[in-house]
Design a binder for this molecule. Structure first.
Ligand code: NAD
Ligand code: UD1
Length: 343
């Protein structure tokens, strides 16, 4: 039994809640911190139901440095997994200051308290959006970095801050994980992606069309240089992603280089929008009506991870198939058509 206590910021959110399950099942103790600005306390109750174990959580904004200090003093975590942040690209364009404040000031507050408390082990949630758009596919970690919207900029700036502190203080043991397209949910259907407001990402939209919440799906462009003209992405099952965090926790314990351990979490295999629709139709036995509309500004034709470094450094590989992703998503959608409404 591994009794190391992991503090999970944003632990009630989509990826955080799945990581809570995987960490507890791997024998870690957990404590969650979340202000529920994009999540529900019910998610934490469901995590407890899946695992059959209790844990403590703090309703707290990570920018509240004084309260955060108290949490560290009481809980004495062994390591931190930092999910807390705002994540919508579109929203970040309209609310740039809010995004920079939440994501950057939040991380600065956390890093300060970690240093004061001498907790130096950190896993940070970054994104494929930090890579320069014109880069060669599949994307390796040493590709050029640049972001063209405030959300991506905030991730890139946080990465830079982490690289700066790690360079001059050898105590830090940090992993930066760059996620590609997280999808799916726990196979119980008890936890899943439940954003407040209308989703922007493909799979939650497809499942809402399948359940009749939305009339049809708009496909953003069918004139890309891909097999069927629609955009291709690297969809990674969130349970695989969650396991990547456990692998990263193990890896940073022996990581003492001047740069943070930085890896992509993706599959290396791409699916087009039409392929995703057909896979979902097969999993749900529903027809997904769709219409072709123009390209979405800022979209790439293809975005694929080179996942080989994660295999080498973390001994991690995504395992779940697209069929499993769609089946799990459909179960979550069918069991929770309005998201987290009841315990
Ligand atoms: P999410 O919105 O479901 O979870 C984030 C959680 O953080 C929520 O529970 C929210 O209430 C909480 N939170 C936000 N700001 C906070 C603050 N200031 N103090 C305390 N809690 C706060 O998002 P997610 O999909 O689970 O993403 C988790 C992390 O992974 C985010 O940092 C996101 O940017 C990153 N990421 C997500 C994706 C994706 O497609 N889901 C892709 C790449 C990177
Ligand atoms: C989006 C974000 C990206 C973020 C990623 C994972 C944008 C411009 N990019 O990327 O920063 O890291 O989510 O959270 O928002 N699609 C449709 N119709 C829809 C929705 C999507 O055709 O209604 C297509 C898109 O054009 C794309 C694919 O589906 O080809 C996947 O879209 P999405 O789920 O939004 O992910 P990304 O585009 O990879």
């Amino acid at each position: 039994m591994n009794k190391k206590k992991i503090l999970i910021t944003g632990g009630a959110g989509y990826i955080g809640s799945h990581t809570c399950v995987v960490l507890m099942q791997a024998g870690f103790e957990i404590v969650v911190l979340d202000n529920f600005c994009n999540s529900s306390e019910i998610a934490l109750t469901r995590v407890k139901k899946i695992v059959g174990r209790d844990f403590k959580h703090y309703v707290l904004d990570v920018r509240d440095t004084d309260s955060l200090r108290n949490v560290f003093a009481v809980e004495k975590p062994f390591a931190v997994i930092h999910f807390a942040g705002l994540k919508s690209v579109n929203e970040s364009i309209d609310q740039a200051l809010n995004y920079y404040d939440n994501n950057i000031a939040g991380t600065l507050s956390l890093l300060k308290v970690m240093k004061e408390s001498q907790v130096y082990k950190l896993i940070f949630s970054s994104s494929a959006t930090v890579y320069q758009q014109s880069t060669i596919m599949p994307i390796a970690e040493n590709s050029l970095l640049s972001a063209c919207q405030p959300y991506g900029q905030s991730k890139l700036m946080i990465e830079e801050i982490i690289r700066d502190i790690v360079k001059v203080d050898a105590n830090w043991q940090v992993a930066i994980l760059r996620y590609f397209n997280p999808v799916g949910n726990h196979e119980s259907g008890l936890i899943g992606e439940a954003p407040c407001g209308k989703p922007n990402n493909l799979l939650p939209l497809i499942s809402q069309v399948a359940s009749g919440e939305l009339a049809n799906l708009s496909i953003f462009g069918n004139d890309y240089p891909t097999l069927d003209g629609t955009g291709v992405r690297d969809y990674v099952h969130v349970m695989d992603l969650a396991k990547g965090h456990v692998a990263a926790l193990q890896a940073i314990e022996s990581w003492h280089e001047a740069l943070p351990l930085t890896v992509n979490l993706g599959t290396g295999r791409g699916y087009s929008v039409l392929e995703m629709i057909h896979a979902f139709e097969a999993a749900s036995a529903k027809v997904i009506p769709y219409k072709m509309v123009g390209r979405r500004a800022g979209d790439l034709a293809v975005c694929l991870a080179d996942p080989s470094l994660a295999a080498t450094l973390l001994d991690w590989q995504a395992k779940e198939s697209i069929e499993k992703i769609c089946a799990d998503t459909w179960l979550w959608q069918s069991m929770n058509p309005q998201g987290y409404t009841e315990i």
